[in-house]
Write a protein that binds this ligand. Structure first.
Ligand code: ADP
Length: 267
């Protein structure tokens, strides 16, 4: 039986096709999110990779920031629930999830069954999100994918004191103009994200195993800065950007299997 999870974020569109609630047949990330052609393109690419038709999919669950306006799904589920589900499947010992996406950041506490026991979310401000890193990467004339390798060359950390993204951008421009090395400034940018997330995490507390998801988890510089800030080891979820879509596909599988069982039981 095939199920599909669609995760429509602010920055990216993700689709996972799952076979029998276990095997990932396709996982696709397209670098544009809600309100774009991203969701449709991600869906078609996933179908092509899995070599199946949309009609072969038993159930589709949509999640993410753009889920409310998506019409191609059977059910909508919150990102918090989907991330928790996806992470529990990949790392059963996970008790805390740190998800940093394009426009928000969340810290989610899980119980031993993968159910959400508490969470805290920053969706009001770009600080501590992927957007903050995108703005800074533009000033540095690099891509977000290059920040990790650039930051790894840092000899000193140039601290970025402004929390506000707009003021922090001006601060980065001033530091570069004053002759600071871009690598050292990047280290300060990573530290700024880590401090912001640590503040968020402090509100729910951290229980190991701590797992990181979302696009920003691909930046090892942020992961390392966060480990230093939180004084804990962080496990980066495999395919970190697909965790929400995976969780959605798992929820689709469970709910379809349950409905089918009920029909069989009635018969
Ligand atoms: P959302 O689900 O909110 O759309 P994602 O979890 O997909 O967001 O994360 C998007 C963010 O991930 C981008 O804003 C960017 O900062 C970061 N990102 C994307 N690709 C990379 C990469 N290759 N390396 C590091 N960071 C990345």
């Amino acid at each position: 039986m095939l199920t599909m999870g669609v995760d429509i974020g602010s920055a990216t569109s993700k689709v996972v096709i799952l076979k029998d609630g276990k095997e990932i047949l396709a996982g696709v990330v397209i670098s544009v999110g809600t309100g774009t052609s991203g969701p449709a393109r991600a869906l078609q690419q996933a179908l092509d990779i899995a070599k199946v038709e949309k009609s072969d999919i038993s159930k589709v669950v949509v999640t993410g920031y753009g889920r409310m306006t998506y019409e191609g799904a059977d059910e909508q589920v919150s990102e918090i629930t989907c991330h928790a589900k996806g992470v529990h499947h990949l790392v059963p010992t996970a008790r805390t999830v740190i998800d940093i996406g394009g426009q928000d950041a969340k810290v989610i506490k899980l119980d031993e069954h993968g159910y959400v026991s508490n969470f805290v979310m920053n969706e009001k401000c770009a600080a501590g999100t992927g957007r903050f890193l995108e703005v800074m990467a533009r000033v540095l004339e690099v891509s977000v994918g290059d920040l990790e390798s650039l930051g790894a060359k840092a000899e000193n950390v140039v601290p970025i004191s402004s929390t506000c993204t707009v003021f922090a951008e001006s601060e980065v421009i001033s530091q570069l103009a004053a002759g600071q090395k871009s690598a050292d400034v990047v280290a300060g940018i990573h530290q700024s994200v880590a401090r912001r997330i640590a503040g968020l995490a402090g509100r729910v507390g951290l229980t190991p195993t701590v797992v990181m998801t979302g696009g920003v988890a691909q930046n090892g510089g942020v992961v390392q800065a966060l480990e230093q800030e939180l004084k804990t080891t962080i496990t980066v979820a495999p395919k970190s950007q697909l965790t929400g879509a995976l969780g959605a596909a798992l929820i689709a599988f469970e709910s379809f299997a349950k409905a089918t069982d009920n029909v069989t039981a009635v018969k």
